[in-house]
Design a binder for this molecule. Sequence first.
Ligand SMILES: Nc1ncnc2c1ncn2[C@@H]1O[C@H](COP(=O)(O)OP(=O)(O)OP(=O)(O)O)[C@@H](O)[C@H]1O
Ligand SMILES: [Mg+2]
Length: 293
Amino acid sequence: MSQKAIKSFKQLDKDDFRILEAIEQGMRSHEHVPVKIISIISGFPEDEVIFRLDKLHQLELVIRWIGGYIGFELNSNGHDSLALNALVRANTIEAIGMPIGVGKESDVYEALTPEKRSVAIKFHRLGRISFRQTRRLRSYTAGRKHLSWLQESQIAARREYVALKRIHPVISSVPEPIGQNRHCVAMELIEGEELSNILEIEEPTVILTKIIEIMKTIYHSCGIIHADLSEFNILITPEYNTIIIDWPQWVNQTHPNAEMLLKRDVHNVLTFFKKRFGISEFLISVINYLKEN
Ligand SMILES: Nc1ncnc2c1ncn2[C@@H]1O[C@H](COP(=O)(O)OP(=O)(O)OP(=O)(O)O)[C@@H](O)[C@H]1O
Ligand SMILES: [Mg+2]
């Protein structure tokens, strides 16, 4: 979501959202939703719809298509606005703030809850990296053909939320889940630095041990493997707490590739600690320790 999209969001009233929702609904059966259909779904007369569509078009939330008829579809700003509005209506957040992180497949923003607590909002954006790579990384949508970026992003957001819901009550080393809608997840804002950015640390062995202990707890008490773990998905807080983020690719312990994915996670972490801090641990001993009860 760009700064421009945030500005646009603030200019929308409840009837504008009704039009956006009508387009979203219409897009299930139309690539370009005709004005007439938007009017029927929203319950607004056509002239009112045209007036509001002009505004939404100017705010760059919809795409206007001119062919045999005039049709509309939502762009990513339009989808972002609907997700944000739903989170606002659910009293999950009150306002959206500044960007705090851009990942390969997401934009993360700061937001404020009605209780004035700062939280993080992650907009999943699958399909931003190459098709081949996303297929390789995202086994959970493999086999489902022709999913749009939006459908894939919604699946990712739901999966991430489910993982956080399962893990956080057991161990607070993941962000607390706060809400989820469409392709967005609202979660605890972690004040911390990505491990990959930390060049020096007093006791790296302590941090490594913490990470292994967290993985072990999550493996045994939740039956979950991260499956995309690396120094980029571990945040270190100023108090040296270790928080593991970015969960959409998690798998259950019973997943056919569980063993391989667990090994890969541990391998990534050990390789980083060896390169950056010169700590050597045997992969196999760490895996065995992690798996024993
Ligand atoms: N709860 C959070 N609190 C603070 N910062 C966060 C939080 N979640 C994410 N971030 C920041 O946003 C960045 C991107 O988030 P995340 O790693 O979850 O997604 P991603 O990197 O896009 O996913 P992928 O690894 O698939 O590319 C993180 O590296 C981190 O800096
Ligand atoms: Mg990440």
